[in-house]
Design a protein around this ligand. Structure first.
Ligand code: 4UW
Length: 528
């Protein structure tokens, strides 16, 4: 049985993403502030944003960036981030977004896989970016957003006087953004999101959670992740809202920004909900401007959500559900809905269909109230994984159904509840951690003969990567040594945080790690 959204369908937005977002920037929103630096206070109006993206596009074209190229964007959140994004798409190139804390090796792997020839970074990250570029090969130029000797500065490039490039874009085929996601299995893969995927998802979100001119959205979730990119960049800038940009989460700075900028909406992940519900600093700030808070990217405990709303004095928290491969939204709690049952991640967005199927056996379709794997079909489903036909086919079937790898059920009123995950993915504070990547790192240690990594939960409900490690005969290694070994080789958010030594990793007859068995074993933790 397939369920269809109860909202009227929305038409496909067959537009380049910069046109979908900036169509009204100069004509309608003009002097309204589009982006404000939440620390320094510098602001960019809508007219300035529009102009800056056109000038930078001219400069990129002059530098040699062409339609079909890939530009790696490697920066913490900043006012310039969206400028770079839309300038790249204006020349018909794609942006591959890079975690600002990626190691040089992780970054190099992404550059190689994406065939990126250009990097835009920030001076503080330049060392990593240059090492990554050297290791990957094929990088033609490294630009910096601020300033660094020997590199062209994005700030200076905004003064470019060359004509704006005229580029034909095919919104249904051309890739606009290429974020990396491990999906249901293996290591990170390039998710090809077309202009149409991203633009149409904005049209699908709009009737459910409309943003308005004059609204002020606090942007602390990273722009490199599809949640930040859509909820904090594309969606608010399309609607004339003001985005207050913070480069990282610091509870005091976050609260001070809400108070100072009279922020009306927060888009966060569960660890920030936890901080807002429990941190003593919350009482010291005037947060009365807040109208709603949205959480997504990882499971949110219903009681925690209620405690947070009570503390902030807002309406009940809203949740959204989706994934990188869905551009990213498929479910959301409508902003003005009443009697929303606790714990739900929302209702199907317009033009979206869902099935829930058995996780094993014949994968028969299930009905209302029955838990199974959630399948989604709609115009937001990615074009595929770059250069990986087999993985793309395993993820999206011939009829267009995408396997989320999430388990849940729908109630009789159409509310979805996500209760479990059947894919390998671990979410640490909403960030993706791919077990296969950590297992590969562990196996490079000479004392380790086998390893498996699964997600376990701490007392606050946060998911953490835990490694089950098999040592070679006579080898000695402490849990802390294992943790340090991995920490030296991966970005900090991917660290292994628990270790258990074991005699053997449980595997199926075909050699696949039986992760469910390990998760069920949980308990005998030896280090944190
Ligand atoms: N409850 C439980 C949730 C939930 C969840 C996600 O890193 P990715 O690929 O992508 C994201 C996307 C977040 C997002 C969803 C909907 C939306 O509208 C929006 O902003 C506009 C952003 O995190 O991880 C995808 C995986 O994260 C888990 C789930 O396992 C999913 O497959 N996840 N949201 N509310 N789990």
């Amino acid at each position: 049985m397939a369920w269809r959204s109860e909202y009227p369908d929305v038409p496909l937005l067959d537009l380049p993403i910069h046109e979908a977002v900036l169509a009204r920037a100069s004509t309608e929103f003009g002097d309204l502030p589009a982006l404000v630096d939440g620390v320094g206070g510098a602001a960019l109006s809508y007219a300035e944003l529009d102009r800056a993206t056109r000038r930078l596009a001219a400069a990129f074209a002059e530098a040699g960036v062409r339609r079909g190229d890939v530009v790696a964007l490697h920066s913490p959140n900043s006012v310039l981030y969206p400028v770079v994004l839309y300038a790249v798409t204006r020349v018909g190139a794609a942006v591959t977004t890079v975690h600002p804390l990626a190691t040089a090796d992780e970054f190099a792997a992404q550059l190689r896989d994406a065939k990126a020839e250009w990097i835009v970074t920030a001076s503080a990250l330049l060392g990593v970016a240059r090492r990554a570029g050297e290791r990957a090969g094929g990088v033609r130029e490294v630009f910096v957003c601020d300033a660094a000797q020997g590199h062209r500065s994005i700030g200076d490039m905004l003064e470019c006087t060359a004509p704006e490039p005229v580029v034909e874009i095919d919104p249904g085929e051309d890739v606009a953004v290429l974020p990396y996601s491990s999906g249901t299995t293996g290591t990170p893969k390039g998710v090809m999101l077309t202009h149409r995927n991203l633009a149409t998802n904005l049209a699908q979100l709009h009737p459910v959670v409309p943003m308005e001119p004059g609204e002020r959205i606090l942007a602390v979730l990273p722009f490199f992740h599809i949640y930040g990119l859509t909820a904090l960049v594309n969606a608010p800038l399309r609607e004339g809202a003001t985005v207050i940009v913070l480069p990282r989460f610091d509870v005091e700075k976050f609260l001070a920004a809400i108070q100072e900028h009279r922020v009306t909406a927060l888009y966060v992940a569960p660890p920030i909900v936890l901080a807002l519900a429990k941190h003593p600093a919350v009482a010291g700030y005037d947060l009365s401007s807040l109208r709603y808070v949205m959480s997504a990217a990882a499971p949110l405990d219903a009681e925690l959500a209620q405690a947070c709303a009570r503390r902030l004095g807002t309406a009940p928290l809203l949740q959204a559900f989706g994934m990188t491969e869905l551009s990213p939204g498929c479910h959301m709690v409508p902003r003005h809905a009443r009697d929303v049952p606790p714990g739900t991640v929302g209702k199907l967005l317009p033009s979206t269909e869902m099935r829930i199927v058995e996780t094993a056996g014949e994968r028969r379709d299930l009905g209302v109230g029955e838990d199974g794997e959630i399948l989604i079909r709609g115009p937001q489903v990615m074009k595929g994984y770059l250069g990986r036909a087999a993985e793309s086919e395993a993820m999206v079937d011939a009829e267009g159904w995408l396997r989320t790898g999430d388990v849940g059920h729908m109630d009789a009123d159409g509310w979805l509840y996500v209760v479990d995950r059947v894919k390998e993915l671990i979410k640490y504070k909403g960030y993706q951690v791919a077990p296969a990547e950590l297992e590969a790192v562990l196996l490079t240690h000479e004392a380790i003969v086998d390893a498996a990594v699964v997600g376990v939960h701490d007392a606050d409900g946060n998911e953490l990567p835990k490694a089950y490690v098999v040592l070679g005969p006579g080898a000695e290694l402490s849990a802390d040594e294992v943790i340090d070994y991995v920490a030296g080789r991966v970005a900090p958010y991917k660290k292994v945080r628990r270790v258990e030594f074991t005699d053997a990793v449980p595997r199926s007859a075909t050699g696949k790690i039986l992760r469910r068995e390990l998760r069920a074993r949980e308990g005998s933790t030896t280090a944190s």
